[in-house]
Design a protein around this ligand. Structure first.
Ligand SMILES: C[S@@+](CC[C@H](N)C(=O)[O-])C[C@H]1O[C@@H](n2cnc3c(N)ncnc32)[C@H](O)[C@@H]1O
Length: 295
């Protein structure tokens, strides 16, 4: 819903959201395209939320599709990707500066590669948080398929996407997201950190990198290290400990024997998902995925 008809400044809009009693009415959506993003699985996830819970946790936040749909009153999000977490922190605290900075970008191939290659230069370490966040959004909106991939030196290396009119500055949405993130704790942390934070009757949504369907379809490498089978096992053990303490969890993962075996003592539902991570046309389409819950 639009809360205003006259043009307000970013500060005024934020203030309006702050005093708006019914935050439910404010619509916000992820400000990034994110590989493995859960936007198209949202109806399945929403109908499986616990009826009541206290705090909302999303420790593999990525683009945060569920976070921005649930719009929790008390939230905690984390991820191991430092550029992503920097962006969330900037949207939370410096959205006005971010919006101004985003306006300077141009959707040309030459400009794209200049900005993409900035992290290969000495000066990059002197860029401030807002400049880095702005570059991150720009690259995400203009690169091929919104992919996130680094070369072995840790430099972003996805090519230009040649989109006609990408939305680089989505002012209203960024402001709405900022208002939500002001009620959310943000951490650069691995998923295990959630164990110390979550209490009885809190709710954790786990959306880890998926167990690959087969060796060639895998896309488990988001940031440096692979999320391997040991990590999947450690995650299941964490789920067991949370369950013993009365914390609710929901987890999504691939439709594989490994996941079925790992979570066989929990409720497992098969749902249809539209996977668009594979860039080949024949790599898309409806496939089965699993949603696990402990309630
Ligand atoms: C499937 S994506 C999450 C997508 C998200 N649900 C969305 O809607 O966009 C998995 C995320 O887990 C993060 N990740 C990978 N290993 C991690 C770890 N050990 N701890 C926390 N996050 C991790 C990746 O950086 C990636 O953002």
């Amino acid at each position: 819903m639009k809360l205003y008809t006259i043009k307000l400044s970013v500060k005024e809009q934020l203030e309006l959201y702050r005093v708006e009693k019914n935050f439910e009415k404010i619509s916000c959506k992820p400000f990034l395209k994110w590989p493995g993003g859960k936007r198209q699985l949202l109806p399945e996830l929403m109908k499986r939320l616990p009826k009541e819970y206290n705090m909302f946790f999303e420790p593999f936040v990525g683009g945060g599709a569920l976070l921005f749909r649930v719009k929790p009153d008390y939230g905690y999000i984390s991820d191991i990707n430092p550029d992503l977490i920097n962006l969330y922190e900037v949207v939370q605290d410096n959205v006005e500066e971010l919006i101004e900075n985003l306006k300077i970008h141009r959707n040309t191939e030459k400009y794209f590669y200049e900005l993409r290659n900035a992290d290969r230069t000495e000066e990059y370490k002197y860029w401030n948080k807002v400049e880095k966040a702005s570059r991150f959004i720009y690259l995400n909106k203009t690169c091929f398929n919104g992919l996130y991939r680094m070369n072995s030196d840790g430099h972003f290396n996805v090519p230009f996407g040649f989109y006609k009119n990408p939305t680089i500055v989505d002012t209203d949405n960024l402001i709405a997201c900022s208002a939500l993130l002001k009620k959310t704790d943000i951490a650069l942390a691995s998923f295990e950190a959630v164990e110390k934070k979550a209490r009885k009757c809190d709710f954790v949504y786990f959306d880890p990198p998926y167990v690959p369907l087969n060796k060639t379809s895998s896309f488990t490498k988001y940031y440096k290290d692979d999320f391997d089978l040991d990590a999947q096992f450690a995650l299941r053990e964490l789920c067991d400990r949370l369950t013993k303490r009365g914390v609710y969890f929901m987890l999504s993962n691939s439709y594989t024997e490994t996941v079925k075996e790992l979570y066989k003592s929990y409720d497992i539902k098969t749902v249809k998902a539209n996977r668009a991570i594979n860039c080949k046309a024949n790599g898309r389409g409806k496939i089965n995925e699993l949603i696990v819950t402990n309630y």
